[in-house]
Design a protein around this ligand. Structure first.
Ligand code: ADP
Ligand code: MG
Length: 709
């Protein structure tokens, strides 16, 4: 057994309690610990003078000791060691409570780097129990201290100590799965260097090198995994849809297809009817198109083709709300064509579930629409010919693989409204053929987009009132309610894994609290809120009241990001807009402007960051999702596409812990290219040299362990 497989309890000082805490963080082995990356780094290299020090914020000071430490007993068992220290700008009292040994540590004239919070009382400044490191110009002190996601009773010191021990134990046998040639070609650090420096960076440059290497691994492994899946698929056969007459279906569609829709339907029909006899090469196609471009009708055409040829189809959506909406839209249409349709989600009753399962097994049910419950349940189909998966980006590679395993004879069609930049789609969807729907149905109006700050609040409220008075409805989106919990000192200067200084961001608005504020302001608007943690029945209830127009203002987290269609909604307000990726904002904007009302999207942000402001301004200038995606990649790197809430919740996010923080737009392309080349050289990676790589890929594609949102 490799040391990386050793249980965490192997480390000194880890008993049952801490072991359980590690388990909560998903860490069981030393290897897991090494891949539990810091969320960011405290930068103690930023030194402040006493004159410029801010009260209550942890900062570094380089100070000379002015007086010998004095020990004093205080009330009860409390004692203190006190002395004074100074820099060019002033002096300060330093006090250590209940650490009597500190008296021996410090001597007049010595220089230390102190890291702590300055306090002031009656005009006297002091530093309470700062971290002290002997300072010597010749031997620079470490600057960056890893900050980790924690679970009580673990703290940063324990984590840092354990990581050090784990590195020492595993270092000699760390097996670098990345082929040496690839590493050299892209000037990447070795795995050992990367892991050492990600946890305990020598300096900013070393940190960047480490992060870059680890991000590359994630992208490279994903790119390889999707390509290996494609190989499997092109060898697979699915049921051939010989009768391609769609006229009955088209007569139930109340509008004429756009050119782009016709082309996409053409692609689908050609794929599914290819070949001869009963078999067609399995279709693995993705429909990519902006929100509102009309992907659903294309999917419906594929479903009809399948049912018309005597087989069954399933349609899977990432949320219960979306599944319900699809069901509401499609069930009547297919019923009118003589087919039986059912809905299966997490909240379907046991009796109903039994009925549906029986119907699918004996073939009397033709189409089932639902959530991932569809692949979790042990459902047997009489003859499944097509699996449609809506809003692709919420499903990870592993889920895609699971869906394929469940339905070896079925074609697969996925839909996404995230216009992913080309280079990134090669990494993420290298296994799929792409149909782009780059044309909007006629008569679509442009959504007027504005970027404002808090000063605009009063006018914004007036605008909301106006929309409601005119019969419109309003969405208000707040960032996800869960702030990341880590152990950084409040207000401390921090940097990202790629060495960029992280500015302190404006405070977060939570959906629940903000909806109360709005409710007080708009007592007649039936303000409601919805977020991912509500029970499905509650969510459905709220959504249906919003659809019916009873709720005028709906406050939510990004659960409404995907798919929801309420034509009467005319105003989308995004709070803390700086927290969202541009593509995500673009999707949110797509929730309005779906009916005849002139619609608006207002991005509210108090951000001071220049890039953040530029990004938000870009939103006001263009409505083209593909342009926005390319720009977002250029400005911020692939992070927004890889690290969204949706990606994190599905298996995908887990694969991109480092890449999601990366701001280098060229890294995905490099990784895709490297994967392509390696597979040209060895299509199945069967050479013994690739054993370690194969083992890592097996983890990326593992379908048994992934959890879904
Ligand atoms: P999305 O691509 O975001 O899933 P939908 O399929 O939900 O978009 O379509 C959005 C709206 O546009 C729906 O109300 C649909 O009926 C309408 N629609 C789709 N295609 C056309 C078309 N060719 N002409 C007119 N309306 C259309
Ligand atoms: Mg849709």
């Amino acid at each position: 057994m490799a040391n990386t497989d050793l249980p965490i309890a192997t480390l000194k000082g880890i008993g049952k309690v801490k072991e359980a805490a590690f388990e909560k963080l998903g860490i069981r082995t030393l290897g897991d610990l090494l891949y539990h990356f810091p969320t960011r780094y405290e930068n103690r290299g930023v030194v402040t003078t006493l004159a410029e020090g801010q009260i209550g914020t942890p900062q570094s000071y380089i100070l000379t000791i002015a007086t010998e430490p004095k020990f004093a007993r205080l009330r009860g068992s409390l004692n203190v060691v006190k002395f004074r220290a100074f820099d060019d700008s002033g002096s300060v009292e330093i006090a250590y409570f209940n650490q009597p040994y500190m008296r021996e540590k410090f001597h007049v004239g010595e220089v230390y780097r102190f890291y702590g919070k300055l306090t002031e009382k009656l005009g006297r400044f002091s530093l309470g129990s700062p971290i002290a490191e002997k300072y010597d110009e010749g031997a620079p002190l470490p600057e960056l201290y890893a900050v980790y996601r924690l679970a009580s009773p673990l703290n940063k010191n324990i984590l840092r100590e354990c990581t050090k021990q784990a590195l020492a134990l595993c270092k000699s046998e760390l097996c670098d799965a990345l082929p040496g040639a690839v590493r050299e070609r892209y000037s990447l650090a070795t795995l050992t260097y990367a892991l050492e420096n990600i946890h305990n960076p020598e300096d900013l440059t070393a940190l960047d090198r480490a992060a870059r290497r680890l991000a590359f691994d994630e992208l490279f492994e994903t790119a390889l995994a999707v390509r290996l899946m494609r190989q499997k698929q092109t060898r697979a056969y699915a049921a051939r849809m010989a009768d391609t007459d769609l006229s009955a279906f088209l007569s139930t569609v109340p509008f004429a297809l756009t050119g782009a829709q016709s082309r996409a339907v053409g692609d689908i029909v050609r794929d599914m009817s290819a070949g001869e006899g009963d078999d067609a090469p399995r279709m693995s196609r993705i429909l990519v198109g902006d929100v509102g471009c009309g992907k659903t009708v294309c999917a419906a055409a594929a479903i009809y083709l399948t049912l018309h040829n005597g087989m069954q189809a399933l349609l899977m959506a990432p949320t219960e709300i979306l599944a319900s909406q699809h069901y509401a839209d499609l069930a009547p249409q297919f019923a009118s064509l003589g087919y039986n349709v059912a809905k299966l989600t997490g909240s379907t009753t046991a009796a109903e579930k039994r009925r549906i399962k029986a119907g699918l097994a004996d073939g009397s049910l033709h189409l089932v629409i639902g959530t991932h419950a569809l692949i979790e349940e042990d459902i047997v189909f009489a003859d499944l010919g097509l699996a449609v998966c809506d809003e692709q980006h919420r499903f990870g590679i592993a889920q895609r693989a699971a869906l394929l395993e469940k339905s070896p004879r079925a074609h697969m069609l996925v839909m996404t409204a995230t216009p992913i930049p080309r280079t990134l789609s090669l990494v993420l969807y290298g296994d799929l053929q792409i149909s782009r729907i780059d044309e909007m149905p006629p008569g679509r109006q442009k959504v007027g987009t504005f970027f404002v700050n808090e000063n605009y609040r009063a006018r914004l409220n007036g605008f909301i009132q106006k929309q409601i008075d005119e019969g419109g409805q309003v969405y208000v989106v707040c960032p996800a309610v869960e702030p990341v919990e880590d152990d950084a000192d409040e207000g401390a200067p921090t940097v990202s894994a790629f060495g960029e200084t992280l500015s302190n961001q404006p405070p977060l608005k939570s959906a629940v609290a903000f909806s109360e504020e709005l409710a007080a302001h708009f007592p007649d608007a039936n303000v409601a809120y919805i977020h991912g943690k509500l029970r499905p029945a509650e969510k459905n209830d709220i959504m249906s009241r919003f659809v019916a127009g009873a709720i005028k203002i709906l406050v939510s987290t990004t659960v409404i990001e995907v798919g929801i269609n309420v034509p009467n909604a005319s105003l989308m307000i995004v709070e803390n807009a700086e927290r969202f990726g541009l593509s995500q904002l673009h999707q949110l904007r797509g929730r309005v402007g779906r009916g005849t009302r002139q619609s608006y999207c207002i991005l509210v942000s108090d951000t001071e960051g220049e890039t953040a402001k530029q990004r938000l301004k870009l939103m006001t200038k263009t409505n083209d999702g593909f342009v926005i995606a390319e720009e977002d990649l250029r400005m911020r790197g692939p992070g927004d596409f890889l690290g969204t809430e949706g990606a994190r919740q599905s298996g995908e996010g887990a694969n991109f812990r480092m890449a999601a923080l990366c701001s280098d737009p060229t890294l995905p392309e490099a990784a895709g290219e490297a994967a392509e080349e390696l597979l040209t050289e060895d299509p199945t990676l069967s050479a013994p040299a690739f054993a370690a790589l194969r083992a890592r890929l097996a983890r990326v594609m593992d379908t048994s362990e992934t959890t879904m949102n």
